[in-house]
Design a protein around this ligand. Structure first.
Ligand code: DAK
Length: 262
């Protein structure tokens, strides 16, 4: 385990596990947590060879992340709020564009900035006690870490507006109906098994193709590029890769492919 103050960073055999570790504050994310997560994801990004994903969760059973640390809001002025929001955006954009899948294991409360953190991940797996909310409106503000955009992308405008305007908590069952989570499992242990089993399936695929599926899907939401044009470019480029040749050969030879990520 690597040393951090607000997170636990575990390097497992084939994947990384990050735990937000502020249980006394229900894992609310303060500035320090954001800056440690940034460092951690930068480290992961530079070392993805042999690793097939990242699982991010909160310490304990009660809370994934109960939002941004409200205590820090006392000192905010326009300038520092802008900086805080930009820092959060940078982190969540980094997570969203990771070349390996990032799974949010949502155990309990996923509120405000916590819901936004989960939204920036590629998949969300919830425990039965998971609760999602964007309660910023109760504090007289709006989601400041990309929530107005990503929640709308993921669950659609009507439901996203309802969540942001009412600040009501959405339980795991409704979250599944909304498409906000991929699966609900009984408890954290089972949710961890499910997350690892998904990563074990991904592990057999081409690392090059994995990274490019994520990139290409993200292009759908990037207003500066045409996702269809980009797909043609990415698809043709991958045809030159060793992994593509290996995949096609393995099919003809009726064997499992052995991808090298080249
Ligand atoms: N920040 C700091 N401390 C928190 C916290 C939070 N978000 N959530 C809980 N805690 C602390 C509580 O103060 C309490 O501390 P002590 O009193 O024991 O010292 C401890 O965690 C346990 O909480 P409770 O005693 O309240 O536990 P309960 O089971 O009774 O209630 C709860 C659980 C999750 C329903 C309740 O704690 C709660 O309502 N928490 C606040 C949820 C919330 O409103 N979160 C903030 C969402 S808004 C922006 C950037 C970001 C954002 C906005 C703008 N800009 C840059 C402009 C993001 C905003 C948000 O995330």
């Amino acid at each position: 385990m690597r040393k951090y103050q607000f997170i636990n960073f575990h390097i497992k055999e084939n994947y990384y596990l990050i735990e937000i570790n502020r249980p006394k504050q229900l894992n609310a994310i303060n500035k320090g947590t954001i800056s440690e997560l940034k460092k951690c994801f930068t480290e992961i990004r530079s070392s993805t060879k042999g690793f097939y994903g990242v699982i991010i969760t909160g310490v304990g059973e009660k809370s994934f992340v109960a939002g941004a640390d409200i205590v820090e809001f006392n000192e905010l002025d326009q300038e520092s709020a802008k900086k805080l929001s930009e820092n959060g955006h940078e982190l969540f954009n980094t997570i969203e564009s990771m070349p390996i899948p990032v799974i949010a294991l949502v155990n309990g409360y996923s509120l405000g900035g916590g819901c936004e953190l989960a939204l920036s991940c590629h998949l969300r797996i919830a425990t039965e006690n998971a609760k999602f909310s964007q309660p910023e409106i109760n504090l007289g503000t709006i989601p400041g870490y990309g929530g107005t955009q990503r929640l709308t992308q993921i669950i659609g405008k009507g439901r996203a507006l309802e969540m942001m305007l009412t600040a009501e908590m959405v339980d795991a069952k409704s979250a599944l109906e909304y498409g906000l989570v991929n699966y609900i499992l009984d408890d954290k242990e089972k949710a961890m098994e499910k997350s690892v089993s998904i990563l074990n399936t991904v592990k057999r695929k081409s690392p090059k193709a994995i990274a490019n599926v994520i990139k290409s899907v993200n292009n759908f939401y990037n207003k500066d590029v045409n996702g269809f044009d980009q797909e043609i470019k990415i698809f043709s480029k991958l045809c030159n890769s060793e992994d593509f040749k290996e995949g096609v050969n393995a099919f003809h030879e009726k064997r499992c492919p052995s991808f090298k990520g080249k």
